[in-house]
Design a protein around this ligand. Structure first.
Ligand code: ADP
Ligand code: MG
Length: 257
């Protein structure tokens, strides 16, 4: 990778409204290969919407989204703007795997089937190859013995680790996490944080929405504080979290500790 390589994911001046409610008011964010960017901010500040816009689960009205330097092509403008190229959307979406707060595993499938489903169906990879990869990933997140269990038989922390294995099995260019530890009891949270830290250590590109300031401090290269749809402050975690410059970030941090 040359230093000049474009970011894996880059968002420029993104605007997003739901009807009359403007949720994102010109947001810029980028993650280069190997970057871990944490996105923090109060509930309702637009964090989930930003992630969903990034992988084109939501439409946006203005601004650019670039994937490996390639801009998303749009048709129409403003409220009528939509991605113009279905194949491009699928390529981007399959390369930005998302991990959700509520795991979103399929209840009627075993853990192994959950992890194998998308690479088999969406990517059309060979079953033997996908199964080997899925088993290795489940081992890696520490639940190799749960392949044949159903989601309901697992703890929340185990389910979230299965969801991470599922995201990895797509061999994405980047991972997007939306509050991956918020639904977990504190003692289960740490086992998921450990997996995320290991992914950071191996150089994965990640954008992580989180309420967990310790994890943000621990794993990120860059922290972005979103407030009412705008970036209020950003920088390396040691600066942002230890020495906030704005009252809003100071207030936010003192309320979350
Ligand atoms: P966060 O993840 O930071 O808590 P969200 O991105 O979920 O914030 O929401 C930002 C704002 O957008 C909130 O005011 C929320 O009510 C609104 N919002 C989110 N999704 C929708 C939707 N599908 N329709 C209408 N409003 C929405
Ligand atoms: Mg959210």
């Amino acid at each position: 990778m040359t230093p000049k390589a474009p970011p894996v994911i880059e968002i420029r001046n993104l605007h997003k409204s739901f009807g009359a409610l403007e949720v994102l008011k010109g947001v810029d964010i980028a993650a280069k290969k190997g970057d871990v960017v944490s996105l923090i901010g109060s509930s309702g500040s637009g964090k989930s919407t930003l992630l969903r816009c990034a992988n084109l689960l939501e439409d946006s009205q203005k601004g650019e989204i670039l994937f490996d330097g390639e801009p998303v092509r749009w048709r129409g403008e403003g409220q009528r703007r939509q991605p113009a190229d279905r194949k491009q959307v699928i390529r981007i979406r399959t390369n930005l795997s998302m991990v959700f707060q509520q795991f979103n595993l399929w209840a009627h499938m075993t853990i192994l089937q959950n992890v194998m489903e998308a690479p088999l169906i969406v990517l059309g990879h060979a079953p033997d190859e996908v199964e080997a990869r899925a088993r290795a990933l489940l081992d890696k997140v520490g639940i190799g013995d749960k392949c044949d269990a159903y989601p309901a038989q697992l703890s929340g922390g185990q389910q979230q680790r299965a969801a991470i294995a599922r995201a990895l099995c797509m061999e994405p260019r980047a991972l997007l996490f939306d509050e991956p530890t918020s639904a977990l009891d504190p003692e289960l949270e740490q086992e998921v944080v450990k997996v995320i830290r290991a992914l950071a250590d191996e150089g994965r590109t990640m954008i992580i929405v989180t309420h967990d300031m310790r994890m943000a401090a621990d794993v990120s290269d860059h922290v972005v504080f979103l407030h009412q749809g705008r970036i209020e402050e950003q920088g390396p975690p040691a600066e942002i979290l230890a020495d906030p410059q704005t009252d809003r970030l100071r207030q936010f941090l003192s309320a979350t500790v």
